[in-house]
Write a protein that binds this ligand. Structure first.
Ligand SMILES: *Cc1c(COP(=O)(O)O)cnc(C)c1O
Length: 438
């Protein structure tokens, strides 16, 4: 932490973290929240409204994480809060179908042309796990291809060389994942079609699916290079494998129809989460009806969930998507552009080598003087500059993701006041990044 950062009281957060560490492993329920790679006291949040997070010590922050994606409208959006309140008063869970589930599925189908049917689940992890099972069940094949640095939730078979928290902590995979669970996963570099071609040739007739983030956001923001997603489409089709577009992060954020709305490349299966949850535990997978019809009870591939399609979560997701109209997507675009400009100006002024990379409205800062196109490039960046940069921002009321390998998320709620807080905080943060030592 830079000695010139303002003193911020974190006594209550520190006290809670100590209590948490006694009863919760590492004090948190998802690793990145523990500030492991940036140090310092994780802030315990008391409430949030619009773009502002307020911690238990009364500090306010401009939120540039948005709960890792869901809060595109900002926090406590009146339409979402009202929908949740209404749903909660008529019963929390029935274990029987409800009309709202059809509305949410129909909203997703209407937005993403290649998606004809949708199954609701509770997390992005469940969505990718189920999509891979379905791809194997449908094709009768076992092997899958994934890309280094792409994160698809903490599914055993998909943890190999995954981004997100594993990138943050420098882990190739996880203890507890057996050889058998990992041996059917073939990992290749992102944006490398030749590598994918070679795997298909070496394993003719064995590949069930390729799973990719439609645009990578879990090793920092790395868009597919022109032709990459199209190439995956062609190769999978040629070899009788399915293409799974993981849009848990990009879905309904990159555009009203997610990354599909950006490059128009159709996957066979899609996974969604984050934005479509409205901030409650909900996610989905969907795609071609002939493939989805292999799922139980229509078909033989088993998949189920006690709380799947939960009425309160469905109400939150549906209200969020319905509120996310043209003006919201225009605001996201504008706000991502403004943030990109502010970051670039501040770091340039201090002579810090950097790239502010974009994947649609997702962005991230790489301390690198070359464009980053894959995980190896992301790991080569000067990540030692990030903790000082992060803490200089945090202590000045701006909350970016606490890891150099995570994307930054804007909401449509950011306004002139938010950007002036960010603009005021950035010069000191850029200085701190410039002064950081490996
Ligand atoms: C967040 C994420 C997941 C996992 O979703 P959870 O709800 O955290 O299980 C999967 N894929 C991608 C691309 C993600 O960004």
């Amino acid at each position: 932490m830079s000695s010139r950062d303002p003193e911020v009281s974190t006594a209550s957060s520190a006290q809670l973290f100590e209590r948490a560490e006694a009863v919760i492993p590492g004090g948190v329920n998802s690793p990145v929240r523990a500030f492991g790679s940036v140090g310092g006291t994780p802030r315990f949040i008391e409430r949030a409204a619009g773009y502002t997070l307020t911690d238990v010590d009364g500090n306010d922050y401009v939120d540039l994480i948005c709960s890792w994606g869901p809060m595109i409208l900002g926090h406590s959006h009146p339409a979402v809060v009202e929908a949740v309140r209404e749903a909660a008063t008529t019963g929390l869970s029935f274990g029987a179908p409800t009309a709202g589930e059809i509305d949410l599925a129909a909203e997703i189908v209407a937005r993403v042309a290649p998606v004809e049917q949708v199954r609701l689940v509770n997390s992005g992890t469940e969505a990718t796990m189920s999509a891979v099972r379905l791809a194997r069940g449908f094709t009768g094949r076992t092997k899958i291809i994934k890309f280094a640095g792409c994160y698809h939730g903490h599914v055993d078979a998909l943890l190999a060389d995954a981004g997100s928290g594993l990138a943050t902590f420098g882990l190739p995979t996880s203890p507890g994942v057996t050889g058998a669970q990992a041996e059917d996963t073939i990992v290749v570099p992102y944006n490398d079609l030749d590598a994918v071609t070679k795997v298909f040739e070496a394993h003719a007739g064995e590949i069930a699916c390729v799973i990719t983030e439609a645009a990578a956001g879990n090793m920092g923001a790395i868009a597919p290079v022109p032709g990459f997603n199209e190439g995956l489409r062609t190769l999978t089709r040629e070899h009788g494998a399915l293409l799974i577009m993981d849009e848990v992060m990009t879905g309904f954020r990159a555009s009203s129809s997610g990354w599909f709305g950006v490059d128009g490349v159709a996957g066979d299966l899609y996974t969604f989460g984050k934005v479509m949850s409205g901030g409650l535990p909900a996610a989905a997978f969907g795609g071609r009806a002939d493939v989805m019809n292999h799922l139980a009870p229509a078909g033989p591939v088993y998949q189920a969930g006690t709380l799947s399609g939960n009425p309160v979560a469905v109400a939150a997701g549906l209200a969020s998507l319905r509120a996310a109209d043209r003006s919201v997507y225009d605001a996201l675009e504008r706000n991502a552009d403004t943030l990109t400009g502010l970051l670039t100006d501040a770091l340039t002024a201090e002579g810090v080598a950097h790239r502010v990379q974009r994947a649609g409205t997702l962005l991230s800062v790489f301390f690198s003087d070359e464009p980053v196109t894959d995980y190896a490039g992301a790991k080569k960046a000067e990540t030692f500059r990030f903790p000082a940069f992060f803490h200089a921002l945090l202590s000045r009321g701006v909350y970016p993701p606490p890891s150099a390998f995570e994307a930054w998320f804007v909401s449509s709620a950011l306004d002139d006041r938010a950007f002036s807080i960010i603009a005021d905080a950035l010069p000191a943060a850029a200085k701190a990044a410039a002064a950081a030592q490996p």
